[in-house]
Design a protein around this ligand. Structure first.
Ligand SMILES: Nc1ncnc2c1ncn2[C@@H]1O[C@H](COP(=O)(O)OP(=O)(O)OP(=O)(O)O)[C@@H](O)[C@H]1O
Ligand SMILES: [Mg+2]
Length: 366
């Protein structure tokens, strides 16, 4: 993973965006424009360039390709500043089947993954209400900072898929094979559980700190792992699988395991979804994500690019000002959008911020 800062971006055939070049500063970049003009699309294009995928769920190439494109391909041109202040360019051509990338105009086999974190208005709600959202959130964010987690989780999921295929076959003459897979699953489960525990424990103190700095209040925020395997040895997990195999054989699928783990988000010890107001839920979620960004920095000594899509809803103006002050004090590159007039005025007051105006997909830098 690379920790570059974005200097320029130009896209062709990406949703409603024109092929204008967008220039970015190394600190705060504000994107303004009325609803439906392309603010989120700019963040999505940056995220795509960093990760080769959209942040929107179930979004594939046909959705991001401009409906007006003459050719079914999207072109990216971008300039970056590296950690040691070198300039480099990354360009690429993406179609529904292939993608090709150049670094400083030379073809490269695989595009470097560029560190970015995306924050959007709906995530607080998803995080508070939906177990699968919380699971994905942790898997995605922990994978970004731990290659071991990403690799072991992917192997676990492959083995789980194979196990479910075997279990779905009747009559079940494959139980010996399932037993062999269970040895692997127990091994992966132990590693994943330990890494999840470590992750939630590390986030705790950072959450308290970011909540205090951004929202001027002291609260304990704790993400708590809920898993049947906390504290179990690999052998104990293996034994659990042994005892439950009959049940799974009858059900024709795996009915337990770390893919069903959940997380409780605790606000001073109370379940934040049941206890907190909507604004407090939003503050808690923002504190969590900024805590993650600090943990990221602790691991890599560098910040990711932070993309913030109109998170102003439910925050009062004092909280919004605090958030802006927090962003000003940090030295990460942040690209933030808003369609809200009051919040726009606050952003416009920031000294040395780069202001980008979007109108019908066309860009104006001020
Ligand atoms: N594949 C596509 N091709 C062309 N235009 C598209 C495509 N997908 C979406 N759009 C257009 O992009 C616009 C939405 O852009 P975007 O979501 O970036 O708006 P926004 O400025 O973030 O608005 P809001 O303030 O409401 O969030 C819409 O006008 C939509 O019609
Ligand atoms: Mg938007």
């Amino acid at each position: 993973m690379e920790f570059y800062k974005l200097e320029k971006l130009q896209v062709e055939n990406f949703r409603n965006l024109s092929s204008d070049t967008i220039e970015f500063s190394q600190a705060i970049n504000c994107i303004f424009g009325e609803n439906g003009n392309g603010k989120t699309n700019i963040l999505e294009a940056i995220f795509f360039l960093c990760n080769k995928k959209s942040f929107r769920k179930n979004t594939s190439f046909p959705q991001i390709l401009s409906v007006e494109s003459e050719k079914p391909e999207i072109l990216f041109n971008s300039a970056w500043l590296t950690d040691n202040n070198q300039r480099l360019s990354i360009s690429g051509k993406v179609s529904s089947v292939t993608s090709s990338w150049n670094l400083n105009s030379r073809p490269i086999k695989s595009k470097p993954k560029l560190a970015s974190v995306f924050i959007n208005p709906f995530d607080s709600y998803g995080f508070h209400t939906t177990p699968s959202f919380r699971r994905n959130w942790v898997d995605q964010h922990l994978s970004l900072i731990s290659k071991e987690y990403k690799d072991v989780l992917s192997r676990y999921n492959q083995s789980l898929k194979f196990r479910n295929q075997l279990l779905s076959k009747k009559p079940s003459s494959y139980l010996q094979q399932v037993e062999a897979i269970d040895d692997q699953l127990a091994y992966y489960s132990k590693i994943v559980t330990d890494l999840r525990m470590e992750f939630v424990e590390q986030l705790g103190p950072y959450c308290k700190m970011t909540f205090k700095i951004i929202f001027e209040q002291v609260h304990d925020l704790q993400l708590q792992l809920q898993s049947e395997f906390i504290g179990s040895t690999q052998e104990e997990i293996r034994e659990f699988y042994r005892q439950n195999l009959k049940k799974d054989d009858i059900n024709g699928r795996t009915t337990y395991g770390i893919h069903l783990d959940d997380y409780l988000f605790l606000f001073d010890g109370f379940n934040s979804f049941e206890f907190c107001s909507l604004g407090q839920q939003k503050m808690s979620y923002l504190s969590l994500i900024f805590a993650y960004i600090e943990l990221f920095r602790y691991k890599f000594s560098s910040y990711p690019i932070v993309l913030i899509d109109d998170v102003s809803g439910e925050l009062d103006s004092r909280r919004w000002k605090n958030l802006i002050e927090y962003l000003e004090a940090k030295n990460f590159q942040v690209i933030i959008t808003t369609a809200n007039e009051n919040f726009k005025q606050e952003l416009e007051k920031i000294k040395n911020s780069n202001k980008i105006y979007v109108d019908g997909g066309s860009i104006g830098n001020l």
